[in-house]
Design a protein around this ligand. Sequence first.
Ligand code: AMP
Ligand code: ZN
Length: 452
Amino acid sequence: MSLQLYDTASRKLAPVTSTNGTTTMYCCGPTVYRDAHVGNLRTFLLSDLVRRALTTADIDVKLIQNITDVGHMSEDIETEDKMLAQAKAESIDPFTVARKYEAAFHTDLARLNIQKADAYPRASESIELMLAMIEELIAKKFAYLGEDGTVYFSAQSFPSYGAISGNRLDALKPGHRYEYSEDGAKRFHADWALWKSAGTRSEMIWDSPWGPGFPGWHIECSAMSLHFLNSHINLHVGGIDLRFPHHENERAQSNAITGNESVDLWLHGEHLLFEGRKMSKSARNVVLLSDVIDRGFDPLAVRLCFLENRYRSQMDLTWASIEAADATLKRWRKKIKVWGKQVAQRDSEFLEIINNDLDTPKAIQYLRNLEKNDDNVDRAAIFLFADQVLGLDLDREEVIKALSLEQEETLKLRQIARNEKRWTESDELRIKLEESGLEIMDGPGGQVWTWR
Ligand code: AMP
Ligand code: ZN
């Protein structure tokens, strides 16, 4: 079975497609005006899991993730760009804000073992692409210039609007709470801005055929996905909140340009709660990966917590679950050493579980069962194979403190005692070593020690 995922548009499982032997993937990236919280990271992990599942099954993948550094307006203050608001708050240039949080985003991805996308195009550097697309949309009568100098997409010009979210135009009454409203000079309440007139804004603006201004948020994803993925996207990924209006609008723009269905499968990850609550600045409960590290946990413990939940279920992350996952990771890494590190060995049962709509909770349970099963299976080899998809660094050598001379001597004596089958002495030496802070395990290759 090849990888099947739940497609939000058709509301059923669908196989992941490819074009000329490569699966083209686009994942909506961060708006770089603040650090990503662990919820954002759960969504970014989703595209990594899909990519790893595909490449482990020998399918080529091209993954593009954009960096939103202009045009994403705040939900609270409709006229305020998130980047400009933060630049004001930090008293620095908005592009400095963007580069600062973009760097932090890449650090977080690396800490979570999220493999690099093929490119991370920035919205602010893709203005030409967007302008060309907007001109084409106007020429094809999908877009119009309002009296306020802003260019709008005409939702009614696109008959299948609503196919992803189910929000059909006849049901979208004026006053429906859009993510942010752009009343301006639009002709119909569900139309949205493609290019916004600068008005009094003086930063992050560009020249255009309609005067100085800046792009809307939705057009950037259409422009970048079609440009970098050769006009067809096999798989489009984002958090569930992006289903509407962001992806609905993106689909309308992209299909209007290509004349066909530009995306084969729309994949959405459900949201993350922390200790039972939605994370928000106002509730002061936003948790960052750096908070996890500050508490002494391996950031990959967070990755394991994500894996223990299905991507399309809402999940609750807690400090207790991170602590438990951290202990599991340490145990698994030790056991792999004890079992005798092996070369990864393809395991079709594990792949079947993953290919069934990324059933990572079942995959983790499969490993837990395997851990307890000491029959003739090569557990280390299967764990290492699974790790190609799970990305938990299970073969990582923990940083090891040097042994004291006495510990080294005791280890040697114990190995000799074992070789000579003097078990009582071997047990006594084990207790001595444990009291000195070591943990001793006996595997087929001899005794293995780790710091406790
Ligand atoms: P943003 O940086 O705000 O543009 O969001 C980046 C990504 O994180 C988007 O795909 C959002 O859908 C996703 N996202 C936002 N909040 C959460 C959350 N609590 N849990 C999971 N994903 C989220
Ligand atoms: Zn997007």
